[in-house]
Write a protein that binds this ligand. Structure first.
Ligand code: ZN
Length: 257
């Protein structure tokens, strides 16, 4: 299995073999940086590809035997456009998951309360969502996640169990924080790229093309483009005979502590 531990063991053996060859027959020095580059590329892939399972297994997809998908929104609660998205979901009778940022809750308590009252799931997406989050120590990460959970508990009285790593980045410290806090890490199978794509048609084509059994869609409730295309997307999913299932039901997971 391709994971951090096995990769290190493999590269350790290769390094020892190369040193052996070097001593016995001689070898150009640049073989070592090339080996280090190969190791770095693999680790980089493991850190930045949420479905790699390189450091820790992250659930990114539901069962493929039923025509069910789940939709999720990251980075709220926000004035623009969490409420509008809730309205669309209500009209379409769809339940979604919201992976919220803790430091956005103060001042937006009413919005978070509405997310919960409307029957949507609230997950932990860290308190700070700091750009260098993945550079923090495991201890700092764990207290950041606990702080986020306390914010959610303050408003809705529940502590989320599902955690989506900021930027989808994992590493040994993120793994430790997840295990230490008893979280279930959740990824996605379809990254809508709605923070980058600004044309409605382009985004709609991209997400429609990705509808398949078990898919977990990642959107942002900060995206106007997502708000614009959401009704058409939900209608298309239903038209193709799929059900939009709440994330915890699709994955059969406990959403709160
Ligand atoms: Zn995020």
């Amino acid at each position: 299995m391709l994971n951090f531990r096995n990769t290190n063991i493999f590269f350790g053996f290769v390094l020892l073999a190369l040193i052996g060859v070097h001593i016995k027959y001689g070898m150009p020095w640049y073989v070592y940086p090339v080996l280090f580059m190969a190791w770095s590329l693999l680790v980089f892939w493991g850190c930045y590809y949420v479905g790699s399972g390189f450091f820790i297994r992250i659930v990114c997809k539901g069962p493929a035997d039923k025509k069910q998908v789940a939709i999720s929104f990251d980075d709220g609660p926000v004035v623009d456009y969490t409420r509008e998205i809730l309205q669309v979901l209500k009209e379409e009778k769809v339940k979604a998951a919201f992976f919220c940022i803790g430091n956005r809750i103060a001042g937006n308590e009413e919005i978070l309360r509405q997310v919960h009252a409307d029957g949507h799931l609230i997950g932990n997406h860290s308190y700070s969502h700091h750009f260098w989050f993945d550079m923090c120590s495991a201890k700092k990460m764990q207290s950041d996640l606990a702080m986020m959970n306390s914010e959610v508990e303050r408003v809705i009285g529940r502590r989320p169990k599902l955690f989506r790593p900021p930027y989808g980045v994992t590493n040994p410290n993120v793994k430790k924080a997840i295990i230490g806090g008893g979280y279930t890490p959740i990824g996605w199978s379809v990254r809508s790229m709605d923070t980058v794509i600004k044309e409605d048609g382009k985004l709609l084509d991209k997400i429609n093309a990705a509808i398949e059994p078990g898919a977990i869609f990642l959107f942002h409730d900060t995206s106007k483009t997502t708000l614009n295309v959401l009704p058409a997307f939900i209608k298309e999913v239903k038209k193709r005979g799929y059900t939009i299932t709440p994330l915890d039901k699709l994955l059969d997971l406990q959403p709160y502590e």
